[in-house]
Design a protein around this ligand. Structure first.
Ligand code: SAM
Length: 251
């Protein structure tokens, strides 16, 4: 998969994308992520890419020309068939389900805004989808683009050691993940649950499922309600949920 990030701060993005799991995935050719500086397409001697908003108001607005020219160059003047996502607090909130769908695509372009945002006309001209990473406002689209690139990249074949690393994780389905523990077995008087040291895989699996359901009920009951409404809960999950709600089980 190829992901292009159009940004005024490519070094900021590169610093993150060169490290850890994503850095290794790029080095191994599992994902091709490139950052392009919109300012390189300013087309004026002061390299300006923003201007005052028509109609007045505070802040500056990114001009449509440099963004379009950057997009046009990156997409090889229309030769590449890309899906362009503008990161904006006005977009649809990002979910793991949407991440899974986007990971199926071959060619993504992520547009980062800055200042007060970008001229509406370039959104109309080139943007296919608008995504928000949450109901709060950041200074720029770089962190949201990195969030998106990271969440998509880790779903690509070979990036994580095995598929279970994400299929058993929070939000892949309708449950949050169970609590995780590692060595030492006792820390500050807190012990690792005995079942995890038992070596009985059946019991460990059951305990983890119970913990997942209990945790989701406590922290994200909306996920369970949606799964119930769409009939996604397994019989085992529904039984655990019923026992928790009726007070029969305390997990
Ligand atoms: N004036 C804009 C508005 O009210 O919708 C907000 C602009 S924000 C200060 C600057 C840039 O940061 C945006 O163009 C967008 O690219 C990015 N941004 C800020 N918050 C975001 C969020 N929650 N999700 C995605 N992108 C965001």
């Amino acid at each position: 998969m190829r992901i292009d990030i159009l940004t005024l701060f490519p070094e900021m993005c590169e610093a993150f994308l060169s490290e850890s799991i994503i850095g290794r995935a790029r080095a191994n050719g599992l994902v091709d992520i490139r950052c392009t500086n919109i300012r390189d397409f300013a087309g004026n001697k002061h390299n300006r890419v923003d201007d005052y908003p028509y109609g007045g108001g505070t802040g500056m607005v990114m001009q449509p020309g440099p963004i379009y020219d950057c997009y046009d160059a990156v997409t090889e003047h229309g030769a590449r068939d890309c899906h362009l996502i503008y990161l904006t607090p006005q977009g649809m909130p990002l979910t793991q389900q949407r991440v899974r769908e986007l990971a199926e695509m071959d060619d993504l372009v992520l547009l980062c805004g800055h200042y007060e945002g970008v001229d509406e006309r370039v959104i109309e001209e080139i943007v296919d989808e608008q995504i928000s990473i949450g109901d709060y406002v950041l200074t720029g689209g770089e962190l949201p683009a990195l969030v998106l690139a990271d969440s998509i990249s880790r779903m690509l074949p070979g990036v994580l050691a095995n598929e279970e690393a994400y299929t058993e994780e929070s939000l892949y389905g309708h449950l949050l993940e169970y609590p995780q523990y590692t060595r030492p077995p006792e820390w500050k008087g807190r012990e690792v649950p005995e079942v995890l040291l038992s070596g009985d895989h059946g019991k460990v699996d059951r305990w983890r499922l119970e913990q997942s359901v209990a945790r989701t009920l406590e922290q994200r009951p909306d996920l369970l309600e949606a799964a119930e409404a769409s009939g996604e809960l397994t019989k085992e999950e529904a039984d655990i949920l019923q026992a928790l709600r009726s007070g029969e089980a305390h997990i």
